[in-house]
Write a protein that binds this ligand. Structure first.
Ligand code: HEM
Length: 228
């Protein structure tokens, strides 16, 4: 078992490159409708970039539960290796990468809106934000993305020390904002947001339950410290 986990660890450079290639292909696919303008180019770009940003955000948040459940399963199976959370620390490296991919799609989404909907007219953008609540929620989400992206730079991360952990917990607040944005952006009767709300809700419940359990056991691990 140890050998299999070590093997997966050794494949990390390949997996990381693969992730980057997938992100690049999806980004090209998301902005492709801009090259052949049609009546629904804007909606398609917004839909693809917005949902990809959300999917990668959910994936990055799933890394910590995955680590935890792998260690629980390996303990249950009495495996010689993989029972400790630390045995799965290598998975943490993917969280930042996947989070940054999510931020890239959020940026594409934001630029598409500014370019195609309000054509870079600030007054227009402000007016729209005041008129439609999901727009200002979107702006709030982008602000959180910017803070998380800047503070994920290793040098800044080291300078911030403990504050970094507190800042990065706001990723759960970001998830709530994005889900609310998606829900409010949908037309009446459209339930495309539902699977994302269910998965996001489960991840939030998981985070709360394990934070309580860990506090009770005087042990706290949310996977954040393992990055340092
Ligand atoms: C600058 C901030 C943002 C603005 C101005 C904005 C604007 C919009 C607009 C106008 C729509 C509706 C598109 C349509 O008419 O079909 C939309 C939908 C959506 N947005 Fe955003 N958004 C922002 C931030 C975000 C972020 C940060 C995310 C995700 C991480 C996101 C995810 C989504 C999703 C999933 C949809 C639903 C897509 C659909 O069903 O068409 N948005 N957004």
């Amino acid at each position: 078992m140890r050998d299999s986990i070590q093997f997966i660890k050794r494949q990390q450079p390949i997996i990381k490159r693969l992730l980057l290639i997938i992100a690049m292909l999806l980004a090209i696919y998301a902005v492709f409708p801009a090259l052949i303008p049609s009546a629904n180019s804007f909606e398609t770009i917004m839909y693809r970039s917005g949902t990809y940003a959300l999917i990668f955000l959910l994936l990055s948040l799933a890394i910590t539960p995955l680590r935890r459940w792998l260690s629980i399963c390996f303990t249950y199976l009495h495996a010689p290796y993989g029972k400790r959370l630390a045995d799965w620390n290598f998975l943490i490296q993917y969280r930042r990468r996947i989070g940054l991919i999510s931020a890239l799609f959020a940026l594409i989404h934001c630029i598409a809106y500014l370019h195609m909907e309000v054509v870079w007219i600030v007054d227009e953008a402000i007016e729209d934000a005041l008129r439609r609540s999901f727009i200002w929620i979107g702006w709030l989400s982008i602000t959180v993305y910017v803070v998380l992206t800047i503070t994920s730079i290793t040098a800044i991360q080291k300078k911030l020390k403990r504050t970094w952990r507190q800042i990065h917990r706001s990723v759960y607040g970001l998830l709530v904002l994005v889900l609310l944005h998606f829900f409010l952006a949908e037309k009446a009767g459209d339930t495309a947001y539902l699977p994302y709300v269910i998965i996001g809700g489960l991840l939030l419940i998981h985070r709360i339950v394990f934070a309580i359990v860990d506090r009770h056991n005087q042990r706290y691990d949310d996977g954040l410290e393992a990055t340092r």
